[in-house]
Write a protein that binds this ligand. Structure first.
Ligand code: ATP
Length: 191
């Protein structure tokens, strides 16, 4: 089973493009969503996150995402600590998920595929790219956050140029119809 990594910076439209692959029958593992689920439900992760970030990390048993976000998205060291706790558990969960699929390849969608090093486990890497101002506008519209908050997230991620240099394919996601045609071309070729 081949692993196709699908990545892109915040607001590039990775999830939008991942849905296009899913609509064409390709199983998609959304690393960000699965990490959130593990953080919410896995007792060992909860214990380690509480030890590292304090009792406020969970309120009434619920993961306090806003509290953790304001810590880690302003401090690269804290983000690295969170990732060091979550990524090994996520890698195990991903391997189990792969075992359950029966297609020639699956898509692993991850915002920080390169930054986390998990791109090394992929057979083929697709990066979704879009101009920075468009990405910022999309995230502000989607999350109702500030430009500064989006830029703080961007500062912790690789640039499009860095991602492109290590990618096997690049999907430019400005006009969605054109991006869908690029998905179609990738799905049609035998990977
Ligand atoms: P994040 O890294 O924050 O999870 P993402 O890269 O997965 O972001 P999406 O959530 O897919 O990005 O897209 C960001 C926003 O932009 C969404 O509201 C989505 O609907 C919108 N969007 C994505 N692609 C396009 C497009 N081609 N045209 C218009 N809107 C788009």
């Amino acid at each position: 089973m081949k692993i196709i990594g699908l990545t892109g910076g915040i607001g590039s439209g990775k999830s939008t493009i991942a849905k296009e692959f899913a609509a064409r029958g390709i199983p998609v593992y959304n690393s960000d969503d699965e990490a959130k689920k593990l953080i919410a439900t896995n007792a060992q992760l909860r214990q380690r996150i509480t030890e590292t970030f304090g009792e406020n990390a969970y309120i009434n048993g619920q993961y306090n995402k806003a509290y953790i976000a304001q810590i880690v998205f302003n401090d690269a060291n804290q983000l690295a600590q969170l990732n060091a706790i979550v990524h090994p558990a996520l890698a195990v969960h991903f391997r189990e998920w792969v075992q359950q699929q029966n297609t020639p390849y699956v898509i692993k969608e991850a915002a920080i595929l390169f930054e986390s090093g998990s791109y090394k486990d992929c057979d083929f890497i697709i990066s979704v790219v879009a101009p920075e101002d468009l990405r910022i506008a999309r995230v502000i519209a989607r999350d109702h956050c500030t430009e500064a908050q989006v830029k703080a997230r961007m500062a912790q991620q690789w640039t499009d140029a860095q991602r492109i240099a290590l990618s096997n394919a690049v999907i430019e996601n400005i006009d969605l119809e054109k991006a869908k045609q690029q998905v179609e071309r990738i799905v049609k070729c035998e990977l």
